[in-house]
Design a protein around this ligand. Structure first.
Ligand code: GLN
Length: 482
């Protein structure tokens, strides 16, 4: 089961199979392999078959859109009307959302079929998917290794052929990093391009939803459905959405690709570096001009992120108090006891660590020293990119410093876990779009190439990835699913 969306569309149009049939195939594969991979928290079988049936009727009546009848999995961070939306947390274990997130509504309108909700790090906090209340996810390439996080379930589902596509969110790397470690394609759009309405908030100034699929071509189709202005999200940007699929096709002769020297320094595994170098050589052969650039404030991105994101999460997660939202402890003695025990029982360790650090950074007397300072340095990081994009069209770099690491390897060392996002985090601080595409293997495990575009330049970004995928088949390699 490793079909692309384009192949499924063709099959549906030519009546090679119906949406019900392809949906049943995916559901059967999920039942067989999810117990070992654990990429789904909820499997919405009845709903999927109902949606598939409706899609088949729509196809028969000639009213199909591109995604009509195409199965998809959604990260459990997106509210889905009538379906449990857990966000990977005990806090929301029994939360059934009363409405759809905007992007879920978009997919429903297009007639796609929801297979289920994917596993994730609790409240999207993590780089390995080991922080989920529902257990960790196995990397389909090696079950003893992590799939990356926080959208680890979505990336693993696509890699294992348990969904042709999936949604994810990226606050500091959570689409690109798991895409890299699982060998699939993923894009985080420009901040404001995709609505955050109904997407449970982690760091509101950083969070952005985006798709996972096998190919850039599929990501273009998915982004066409996801992107656009939404009056219900005050940070959504009112700019026309180009047809991303139409943007694929032109060659990339003369495209200027910048390599930030700070991303090729100490800490980058030799096997990863050599795959990235070969990918850059391929771009050279395709006619791109490769230029060295500098992003001098890169070294501050992790500390800045861990002040900004944690401050924002401490505020966002205050709503889960056992009264308005979330798990409620049994037999509270008084209101304070109710708050303390509900939050104490509902949140996992990493989430608690972050709420405490974020609350500290925002407290009176420390705000200027931490949050304000971090926002100032954030501006410098953004300016680095603005300078760079005066010289180049696209920036290329590794997505991650290492291949997928072993489950449990970094759980006792949060700082080494945080360093996994060293190449992805600064884009979120700047609000820029970025992708990860499969570029080869090191020690038998996938390596991702990261491509960064200028603001709202997703069309060029997708085409740059597409041209690479036309010249090799790294993105079509699949693990043997056990
Ligand atoms: N790994 C980063 C973190 O733990 C980023 C997570 C994300 O993008 N949601 O915060």
């Amino acid at each position: 089961m490793s079909k692309t969306i384009s192949q499924i569309q063709q099959g549906l149009t030519k009546r090679d199979f119906s949406s019900v049939e392809i949906t049943q195939d995916y559901l059967a594969a999920i039942k067989q392999h999810n117990p070992a991979i654990n990429c789904y928290i909820s499997i919405t079988e009845d709903l999927a078959l109902q949606q598939a049936k409706a899609a088949d009727q729509r196809i028969a009546s000639g009213e199909a859109q591109l995604l009509t009848g195409v199965p998809i999995a959604h990260k459990d961070v997106f509210c889905t009307d009538g379906v449990r939306t857990s966000c990977g947390s005990k806090m929301l274990d029994n939360f059934v959302a009363p409405y759809d997130a905007t992007i879920i509504g978009n997919f429903n309108e297009a007639g796609s079929v929801m297979l289920g909700k994917t596993n994730m790090d609790e409240f999207a906090m993590g780089s390995s998917n080991e922080n989920s209340y529902y257990g960790s996810v196995a990397n389909p390439w090696d079950h003893e290794r992590v799939p990356g996080g926080s959208s680890g379930g979505s990336a693993a589902a696509v890699a294992a052929g348990l969904a042709p596509a999936a949604t994810g969110t990226d606050t500091g790397g959570s689409i690109r990093q798991p895409a890299a470690l699982c060998g699939v394609t993923g894009i985080k759009p420009t901040y404001g391009r995709v609505s955050r309405y109904g997407m449970i908030a982690f760091g509101s100034s950083l969070d952005q939803g985006g798709p996972f699929a096998r190919t850039a071509e599929d990501c273009a189709i998915l982004l066409n459905t996801m992107a656009g202005f939404d009056p219900r999200d005050s940070t959504s940007i009112d700019q026309p959405v180009p047809d991303y699929s139409q943007g694929l096709g032109s060659d990339i002769k003369g495209l200027k690709i910048g390599l930030p020297k700070e991303y090729f320094a100490e800490g980058l595994e030799a096997g990863v570096a050599s795959v990235i170098e070969s990918a850059i050589d391929e771009y050279r052969r395709l006619g791109a001009e490769i230029v060295e650039i500098s992003l001098p404030h890169t070294k501050y991105s992790i500390p800045v992120y861990y002040v900004v994101a944690l401050a924002e999460c401490s505020s966002n997660l205050s709503r889960f108090d056992g009264v308005r939202f979330g798990h409620r402890c049994s037999n509270p003695q008084d209101l304070e006891d109710l708050y303390k025990r509900s939050r104490g029982e509902g949140f996992g360790e990493e989430v608690k660590r972050r709420i405490m650090l974020g609350t500290y950074a925002l407290s009176a007397g420390y705000y200027d020293a931490y949050y304000l300072k971090a926002q100032q340095v954030r501006r410098l990081i953004k300016q680095d990119f603005e300078q760079a994009f005066k010289q180049v069209d696209i920036i290329a770099a590794p997505t991650t410093p290492e291949i997928a690491f072993k489950l449990g390897d970094k759980t006792d060392d949060p700082v080494s876990m945080y360093l996994q996002d060293i190449y992805t985090i600064s884009l979120n601080l700047a609000g820029l779009p970025g992708m990860s595409i499969p570029a080869g293997f090191s020690q038998g495990l996938p390596v991702g190439l990261q491509l960064v575009g200028n603001y709202f330049d997703e069309a060029r970004l997708l085409n740059t990835a597409h041209q690479f995928q036309l010249s090799n088949d790294w993105h079509l390699q699949s693990p043997e699913v056990k």
